[in-house]
Design a protein around this ligand. Sequence first.
Ligand code: GDP
Length: 347
Amino acid sequence: MISEVKKGIRGKKKQPGSLVSAELWAEFFRGDRLACARLITAVENHPTIGPEVRDHLIPRLNGAFRIGITGPPGVGKSTVTAALARRTARHDQTVGIIAVDPSSPFTGGAFLGDRVRMQGLSGDDHIFIRSLASRGGHGGLSPATPLVADILDAFGLSRIFIETVGVGQAELDVLGCVDLLILVLQPGTGDGIQALKAGILEAADMFLINKADLPGTETLLESLRFLFEISVRPAADGVPPILTASALRNEGLDDVYTEMEKRIRALLTSGKYLQKRRSLMESEIRDSIRRDLWDRFSALTKAGEDIPAAAERFIKNRRSPYPYIRRLCAQVKIQHRTKRTGREQSR
Ligand code: GDP
């Protein structure tokens, strides 16, 4: 696969220094679903092509909304996502679904696959479904998720659902890229609320008690309301909407869809959508510079290789690491070059 990337993913007309062929980009921007799927596979398998892919995508982003659907396994996230996607498509929106599956220990690929989880949606032209494997072993989202969402956005889809496997820390991190987060719970998990990561209760914009056909819905509603009364969230955020539905019986989901769209409109008019884009862009710039500086620093000082042994030494000998850190840092001089290269000036 690496050699495929070196040749240029799909096709011969690779631009110098580029990893994705011009042909693939052209097919993608013409709206070819297969090209879209290939591009997603490429970013999943080769995280280093991220910056190049962003270069191409950013001028073509349409401002799709990213909706995170999270919650413990088995509460009905896939069923709810499929139901909301169907409603969204019926309202003339184009929909992308990113469903994250646990990695198979055998193939490293998506375990459950698109078809099983989202039965009945795959024939719909308005809906593009993609499973991503939750690599990294934490059961979280695939690290490529935000980039895949960008791909679907530039592909022209207007609502992108991102469905997680569980509700761990890894998910919370990547869910930072969603505009609206829906936490799905089910009756009989009242005690389970305490077990949820506190962050998820603060981050969720909407709560959905699914499987309202089962006993215990009222009890869970009361527990949630009580939780917000004793303020797990900043008072300014107010009490979030708590809705109930039965995805299996197709009940209550029109209200969930209506509330979702209402919140999306509010995000637009309040300027919060733009604010989020700005803050994500800011983090991307900072993170990318940090990575680049660390790579260069590490290459010069061999710090990456030395640190594990050094850490062990400092713990064993009860010594502060700071003399070591100062010595390492003193080996490298940062120089500010104001004169730009010819290539940069011509941009
Ligand atoms: P996920 O793991 O959270 O994505 O959950 P799934 O969507 O795969 O659903 C898990 C199980 O719950 C499946 O057997 C669904 O048929 C079932 N389920 C989903 N929604 C409902 C519902 O509203 N009521 C009941 N009783 N079962 C449901």
